[in-house]
Design a protein around this ligand. Structure first.
Ligand code: ZN
Length: 176
C-alpha cells in the first residue's frame, strides 16, 4: 500500500473573514429584536476570538416592562432605543481580554455611539456585512469618528459558495 495514503490534500471551505463574520451572524440570531438583529465578534492578530455580542435589553431587567418597538412617534421612554444595548457595546462590556488593536466583525455598520467606544479602544479595523443606514447622520458621524481616529473599515461580501456550503452543512447535521 502507498505509505502516503493518509496524506490528503485538504482545504478549509472558508477564509478567516468569513469564519468570523458567520460567527457574528450567529450571534445576531440570538437577538430578540424583531426588526434589527445585529451580532459582532472581536478578534486578535492571531485570529483568536476575544469577545462577541448581540443587541439586547439591559442585562438583568424585567424585559416585559421595556418596549421592543421602533416607532418614533411615541415618547423615547416608549421606544426600544431607550433601552437596547448594541452588539458592539455588549461585546465590549463582556470582554475578558483587551480589545485594543483588535478587528471587529459586525453584521451592521456601527452607529456613532458604538463608534466612539470602538475608536476609544483603538480597535484597528471594522469589517461589516451591511451598511444599510449609510444615509443616516449617525452613520456618517461614525465614519467621521473612524476616519479621525485611524480605525479602518471595509465591507465583506460572503461568497455565494460559502453560504451554500454552510447551508448544506447545517442541513446535513440537523436530524430529519
Ligand atoms: Zn451602536
Amino acid at each position: 500500500m502507498d505509505q502516503k495514503v493518509n496524506f490528503l490534500t485538504v482545504a478549509s471551505h472558508i477564509n478567516w473573514d468569513e469564519y468570523f463574520m458567520l460567527q457574528a451572524v450567529m450571534a445576531s440570531f440570538k437577538s430578540k429584536d424583531p426588526n434589527t438583529k445585529v451580532g459582532c465578534v472581536f478578534v486578535d492578530d492571531n485570529n483568536h476570538q476575544l469577545s462577541m455580542g448581540y443587541n439586547g435589553q439591559i442585562a438583568g431587567i424585567d424585559e416585559t416592562k421595556t418596549p421592543w418597538g421602533n416607532n418614533r412617534a411615541v415618547p423615547l421612554d416608549q421606544q426600544k432605543y431607550a433601552y437596547v444595548v448594541h452588539s458592539e457595546a455588549n461585546a465590549i462590556l463582556h470582554a475578558k481580554a483587551d480589545l485594543s488593536h483588535s478587528r471587529c466583525y459586525v453584521t451592521l455598520f456601527p452607529c456613532h455611539e458604538c463608534a466612539k467606544m470602538i475608536a476609544t479602544l483603538k480597535v484597528r479595523e471594522v469589517v461589516f456585512l451591511s451598511d444599510k443606514y449609510s444615509d443616516s447622520v449617525e452613520n456618517q458621524i461614525a465614519k467621521r469618528i473612524f476616519d479621525m481616529s485611524g480605525v479602518t473599515y471595509r465591507e465583506l461580501k460572503l461568497r455565494h459558495e460559502t453560504v451554500e456550503q454552510f447551508t448544506a452543512y447545517i442541513s446535513a447535521v440537523i436530524p430529519k
